[in-house]
Design a protein around this ligand. Structure first.
Ligand SMILES: C[S@@+](CC[C@H](N)C(=O)[O-])C[C@H]1O[C@@H](n2cnc3c(N)ncnc32)[C@H](O)[C@@H]1O
Length: 365
């Protein structure tokens, strides 16, 4: 991450400035230490980084165990039924291909721990990532949508960019800007050239870490379709990679919680959410938006109302969302519903179309 961006970051706990220390950013107020990962490529800016990283390490280990067990069963099935070679062998290879990458993500966290932390590790970590369990190594589809050049994924990205770009053209007056819940980061990468300064975040370690790896070199992964299938293709290998003609100039993409943002009050002119604002309780999100946006600043949101990972108390309808936003000090300037065929593939046993809500909110001046 370019050092010039550090000046625009704040402690997510107390909003004091951050100073660079060895392999970390240190809060100049509460002194919390925020590790820099992948040789300084990105900071982990959650209020409690140690338990957060410990939980991720546990998640990678659990995923590795489960997927090795799965690969072992496929191996057994191949021995018992050699005639299934053409369908099961690619599945076995796909499982190992993903494990190679996810194991190395776990190793990246383990390598950053001090000997004392290794010694103290063990027991169940706290649960700083509650609500995040669905994302990460279990769900590499977001990485495929973002970074593979399969025509279906290219088409989906183009539709999203056209809609979001259209709203930004009409309703936003530019940067400084922030993208929330950016997943594997393609929207961050594609939107960054529009702004003098765009920062982006996601709470999922896997996605942010893969974003930075993809900037450096292609990452081999695979989509596993099994057992929901429509054809004999049960797994599709893909390479997550930057566009051939793409620049690598926008790297201010880091780990953070959108409800505890590591940025100063009234510091952003535009905040963008794509497939995200239904993923956290809206009242907490709107409070944080109100804190970080400048007066008259704009929030641009595009995505369905699926409420993944949100407890039932956070399931709000569109008119309830608007009522909460108004009460928090926002006016809606635009809204529109459309449909998006989601992650289309001839090999998927289920075809999904999302009803997508696009809207913008302006913070009252
Ligand atoms: C439905 S995915 C969409 C990802 C991406 N925007 C896209 O369109 O592919 C929702 C994303 O929100 C992230 N997320 C969930 N809770 C979050 C939080 N509190 N702060 C930041 N990101 C969060 C997840 O890790 C996940 O990447």
């Amino acid at each position: 991450m370019p050092i010039s961006y550090f000046a625009h970051l704040r402690c997510p706990r107390c909003h004091a400035s951050l100073a660079e220390a060895a392999d970390a950013l240190r809060c100049q107020g509460c002194e919390q230490r925020y590790p820099l990962m992948q040789n300084g490529a990105f900071p982990v800016l959650v209020p409690e980084p140690k338990p957060y990283l410990a939980e991720n390490l546990t998640q990678f280990a659990r995923f590795g165990r489960e997927r090795r067990g799965f690969a072992w069963m496929i191996d057994e099935a191949l021995t018992a039924h050699p005639w299934r070679e053409t369908t099961l062998r690619p599945l076995h290879s796909a499982l190992l291909r993903n494990l190679e990458t996810t194991d190395s993500l776990g190793a990246e966290i383990a390598a950053q721990r001090s000997p004392e932390e290794h010694a103290a590790a063990g027991g169940e970590p706290q649960d700083p990532t509650s609500g995040q369990a669905d994302y990460g190594p279990e769900l590499l589809g977001f990485v495929q949508t973002d970074w593979s050049d399969a025509p279906e994924m290219v088409a989906q990205r183009a539709t999203v960019m056209e809609k979001v770009g259209g709203m930004l053209d009409r309703f936003s007056s530019g940067g400084p800007a922030l993208l929330l819940g950016g997943g594997a980061g393609r929207a961050y990468y594609d939107l960054a050239p529009r702004f003098e300064r765009l920062m982006g975040c996601d709470l999922c370690y896997t996605y942010v870490s893969l974003y930075h790896r993809v900037q450096r070199a292609p990452v081999p992964l695979a989509e596993i379709h099994f057992p929901t299938i429509a054809t004999d293709v049960v797994a599709t290998p893909f390479v997550a990679q930057r566009p051939a003609d793409g620049e690598r100039t926008h790297d201010a993409y880091f780990v953070a919680d959108a409800t505890r943002l590591p940025v100063a009050d009234a510091s952003q002119r535009t905040v963008i959410s794509i497939y995200f604002s239904d993923c956290v309780p809206f009242p907490a999100l709107v409070r944080e938006l109100h804190r970080v946006l400048e007066p008259n600043g704009t929030f641009v949101s595009y995505g369905p109302m699926i409420h993944r990972s949100v407890p039932p108390t956070g399931w709000f309808t569109p008119s309830e969302v608007m009522a909460i936003a108004r009460q928090a000090g926002f006016e809606c300037e635009f809204q529109e519903w459309s449909e998006l065929p989601f992650r289309e593939s001839p090999h998927h046993g289920i075809r999904t179309t999302h009803r997508v809500w696009a809207y913008t909110l302006r913070k009252r001046g």
